[in-house]
Design a protein around this ligand. Structure first.
Ligand code: FAD
Ligand code: DLZ
Length: 509
């Protein structure tokens, strides 16, 4: 009697109840498969980090006395998809049952259910025991609402899970949200926190991946991969964040700097998304830091909101709206992604830095994703599906359940405002206020028209003109349309001509 338990590459949760007891009748199976490496073009570091973490996790299980069958990318009998590999293993072990943890991605969820329903042996999916919320919890909470406000979801979660509360369900400090204190540009002081992440030599693994013919992009950093790939490293990264970055996280949460790729962000998303860390322990660590007086409330509340609020909320949106959500395209945007999204070679200094850093580190912080690459794509009318594939491939933490709502909903307004109350777009003025890239840029941040005018400026106004029928009644955008109404015909024509000029030579910008 053997039961196979499938563990996916983003299900490395050592605290899952599966692993609480050693069972001689259970074999844990892991598979490095082309089905997963190739469904989108991935950054090399993402493949390296996931495979390294999977291999270490499987070794830890073996050391703890569990039975493990690990299928490597280069193994001769690897069929490179889950169903065919499972067929092979079921036959090999004469398995009497199959179990898996609910995948976080709709595509895989469907594939495994369909596969299981064709099996002659009992097969079932279990909870991954990771999130604060159930897949359908947000949907139940927002029943009948046409717009889902993250803030109300977040407050409900604070109360339900007793986080940062005092008295009878009241927020500590009297406010639920300290965002107003969290919008400073970074003056260079305090200095960036130390980066004490481990360095992994993954050159052998990289060779295996290449020999197997897996395509990828970005700098592999195979000799010195900097992502935590086991629980001990992930916990160390969490402790470092609490100690050195959390006190400044809030103030500089929206800042952008060419000198500091991460600023005071945690770099915890990879460890969280492959389940090396649980969101509960990360939130608890931040709250403990608050009670110990280690960081200001605005910083701690801002950080907790990202995890207990945004992270759980986007997962709720994903499961409520898939599969149709993936095809959202409110503005009917169809332009291809400019070639420099793959190289970083653009004269727009802000984008050259954000994309260059992403290619180098497989990481960009939230404001770089939202207000640089996302902002430009929305203004330029880039096909949201092409952009979604780019985000899904390039970032170390990108898994569809979290990436898709962030890209289509939050960043591209492709769902027509289901998630965001207004499109996240800006001119160069915002980028200049929050960052340091504009002053040495080839483009003039203040000019709207002319060869040296920053493309963000004309594209911003042209975006609102192009989509007036869809946006002008939105009360949160009234100011933009009032400003447009004050412009002369000559000014408006000039903006539109300049925008057409930029859009016509996008690859050369
Ligand atoms: P911090 O700024 O330190 O935040 C702490 C944690 O909060 C993160 O690790 C993450 O788990 C969570 N978090 C913060 N913001 C969000 C958010 N908007 N949605 C969900 N969780 C959040 N995040 C991903 O984890 N995977 C993605 O594929 C992803 N794609 C994105 C695409 C776009 C277009 C945008 C605008 C945002 C995306 N995000 C994604 C959200 C956010 O940018 C990243 O979570 C964050 O940059 C990760 O870096 P960090 O760990 O240093 O985060
Ligand atoms: C992202 C990824 C990659 C690149 N490779 C694998 C793999 O070979 N085997 C595996 O089990 N998981 C991999 N993953 C993670 C899956 O894509 C992830 O489990 C799904 O996207 C569900 O979130």
């Amino acid at each position: 009697m053997t039961v196979l338990r499938l563990v996916l590459g983003d299900q490395l949760n050592r605290c899952h109840s599966w692993f609480a007891e050693n069972r001689a009748d259970v074999v844990y199976v892991f598979m490095e498969v082309r089905q997963e490496t190739d469904y989108v073009l991935h950054h090399a570091q993402k493949i390296l980090a996931i495979f390294s973490a999977m291999r270490q996790f499987a070794e830890e299980l073996k050391l703890a006395g569990h039975r493990v069958d690990y299928c490597r990318i280069g193994d001769a009998d690897n069929c490179h998809n889950f169903p065919a590999n499972l067929d092979r293993l079921i036959a090999h072990y004469q398995a009497t049952g199959l179990q898996w943890q609910q995948p976080d991605e709709w595509r895989l969820d469907r594939q495994l259910y369909e596969y299981a329903s064709s099996l002659p042996i009992p097969a079932k999916a279990l909870d991954s025991e990771h999130f604060f919320t159930a897949r359908d919890e947000a949907q139940r909470l927002f029943q009948g609402k046409s717009r889902w406000l993250m803030e109300s979801f977040y407050r409900t979660m604070r109360v339900k899970h007793g986080v940062l509360l005092e008295g009878q369900g009241k927020p500590v400090g009297g406010l639920w949200n300290y965002d107003a204190e969290n919008r400073k540009a970074w003056p260079g002081i305090p200095p960036q926190p130390p980066d004490r992440r481990p360095t992994h030599d993954c050159r052998n693994l990289w060779e295996e991946i290449q020999t197997a013919g897996v395509r990828s992009f970005g700098n592999p950093q195979a000799g010195a991969l900097r992502w935590p790939v086991n629980r001990a490293e992930a916990l160390a990264q969490l402790n470092d964040f609490i100690e050195y970055s959390l006190p400044y996280f809030g103030q500089f949460q929206d800042a952008i700097s060419t000198q500091a790729p991460r600023l005071f962000h945690s770099l915890l998303s990879f460890a969280l998304n492959v389940k090396l860390l649980s969101p509960q322990e990360v939130v608890a660590a931040a709250e403990t830091a608050y009670r110990a007086g280690k960081a200001p409330l605005a910083a701690i509340e801002g950080f907790i909101r990202q995890i207990l609020g945004w992270r759980e909320y986007v997962r709720g949106v994903y499961w409520a709206k898939m599969p149709d959500y993936a095809g959202s395209n409110y503005f009917q945007a169809v332009r291809p992604l400019p070639t420099w999204y793959w190289t970083g070679k653009t004269n727009m200094r802000c984008l050259a830095f954000a994309i260059g850093q992403s290619l180098d580190m497989a990481y960009a912080h939230h404001i770089q994703r939202l207000m640089l690459t996302g902002n430009f794509a929305l203004l330029a009318g880039i096909d949201p599906q092409a952009l979604h594939e780019w985000y899904l491939g390039i970032y170390i933490d990108a898994f569809e359940w979290v990436e898709l709502p962030n890209t289509l909903g939050m960043s591209q307004f492709a769902d027509g405002g289901f998630m965001a109350t207004k499109p996240y777009v800006s001119t160069a003025a915002y980028i200049d206020r929050m960052g340091d890239s504009c002053r040495a840029c080839r483009y003039d941040r203040k000019a709207r028209i002319g060869e040296r005018a920053c493309p963000f400026n004309s594209l911003y106004w042209d975006f609102y003109l192009r989509h007036a029928s869809l946006l002008e009644r939105n009360p949160r955008i009234g100011m933009a349309y009032r400003q447009l109404a004050k412009m002369t015909e000559v000014e408006l024509n000039g903006i539109q001509t300049q925008a057409e000029y930029c859009l016509g030579r996008m690859d050369e910008l």
